[in-house]
Ligand binder design. Sequence first.
Ligand code: NAG
Length: 288
Amino acid sequence: MDKDKKMMVFYLFLAALSSPVVTEEWKASVIKELEALVTSCVVVPCSFSHPGGPLPTSRLRGIWHLKTGRNQLVYYEDQTRILENFRGRTKLLGHLGLSNCTLEITKVRDHDNGPFCFRIELAKSTDPSTSNKFSFVEDCVDLRMLPEPPKPTLSHSETATEGRPFTITCSVTHTCPSHAPRLKWSRADPDAVHEVHKKSRFGFWEAESILTITAEEKDDHTDITCTAEFNGDSKSSALMTLYVKRSANYNHIIIATVVAIGTAVIFAGFCIFMVKRYKKRMSRPSRR
Ligand SMILES: *[C@@H]1O[C@H](CO)[C@@H](O)[C@H](O)[C@H]1NC(C)=O
């Protein structure tokens, strides 16, 4: 027990001692796991830090390789050194000069699961004092392949009411912000369609489309479909049935009331008239 405590203190001491050293080193931070839709594209967030402030992009070499080997290049400046089945499909979206090593893979294939690791090299400088200086960091991502695209989700506020604006929101998650999925509605005559793209949890994004229509009586029990068209032509859709509530219409009650009051007034008038006529007749002296 006592020995364990001593060891713990020792380790804490070691950690405290080594942490300032660690921050002085090159560090990469790559998302650990991300989903990728087969046939579509994926953007892998990645950033790195290095000692001695920012360096120009021209002196940095960003490399993405398979975890199984440093020579199995997935991304490199020199395309000819990239593995054949990744050639032309990978791009560094981030600027290395801004410490951004974000990778894009397009036309994702089923076997692109990785793990892919990022490595950075400081190019040999022309300055002899720093020539051959060479640093690297490595951090890897695992891709989880999605054979089918995720379905969009539909949501709406209350029930649609005749003659009133009604909004439906369609949203779908994705991992390719560089070529986000497009959301399409089956309605040919919307009042408005509003598109929003937002960040979800780290590495994931949400495409959203908000449809506004004026609900009509004829829309009752009709279907509305939202289709998500992903980059690479994968599609998925969601459907909802519209139920339209009749607008609270009091006209018929008003008309009935007016008619009833009118009838009563006319009837009362008629009665008074009759009574008066009867009284007149009674008071008239008999001519007989
Ligand atoms: C890195 O670059 C990507 C692509 O341009 C961008 O979307 C992302 O916001 C950048 N990350 C940071 C931390 O700036």
